[in-house]
Design a protein around this ligand. Sequence first.
Ligand SMILES: *[C@@H]1O[C@H](CO)[C@@H](O)[C@H](O)[C@H]1NC(C)=O
Ligand SMILES: *[C@@H]1O[C@H](CO)[C@@H](O)[C@H](O)[C@H]1NC(C)=O
Length: 177
Amino acid sequence: MWLIKTVLSSLCVSALVCAAPFPALPWERSTAYDGGEFKSLGCPRTTKPWATPREQLYAVTNYYDMLFGGNPAKAFAQWTAKDFINHAPDVTGDGRAAAEKAVDALLSTSKEEIKNVFVGKNSSGVDFAHIYFKGINSHGVGAIMEFWRFSGNCLVEHWNIAEQVSGVNTSNPKAFF
Ligand SMILES: *[C@@H]1O[C@H](CO)[C@@H](O)[C@H](O)[C@H]1NC(C)=O
Ligand SMILES: *[C@@H]1O[C@H](CO)[C@@H](O)[C@H](O)[C@H]1NC(C)=O
């Protein structure tokens, strides 16, 4: 596999193909089509109902790069369903509009450091993305995990948990992050 990829990238002649951050390889199996939600929750034209794990990893990585890089509106518009299902306790309801309002206030006064991002299936074959990051704001330092369910490479359902880390006494001498 590694050898094939190396040979392929040495043959790479089109700037567009070579620049693709996580190019999909032909033998990578696409995820199952979930036509119902992709349409009914309003996935944007910049996403598709079938996607490989590489395409999903690119989607979620790019989403958080834009979200934390000062462009949350673009992050939502490009990668989330308009009416995505939201379980975040500090957001008033589903969809981009409610989430944008909450993150605009939060992200304008904080800094985030991504620690880990990955995608994968649960044993029912449902695709998820996971992110773990450090958040720093005027209240101190927090450890935050979020996860999203995919339809293709569109983010359709969101959960998160957060833990205050600074100002807390710990029994474990290892660094938190
Ligand atoms: C996989 O995820 C789906 C959607 O959240 C959930 O309904 C299902 O129970 C999960 N399956 C397992 C085995 O955890
Ligand atoms: C941490 O431990 C110190 C020493 O026992 C104590 O004075 C302090 O109140 C504790 N802080 C918290 C946040 O529990």
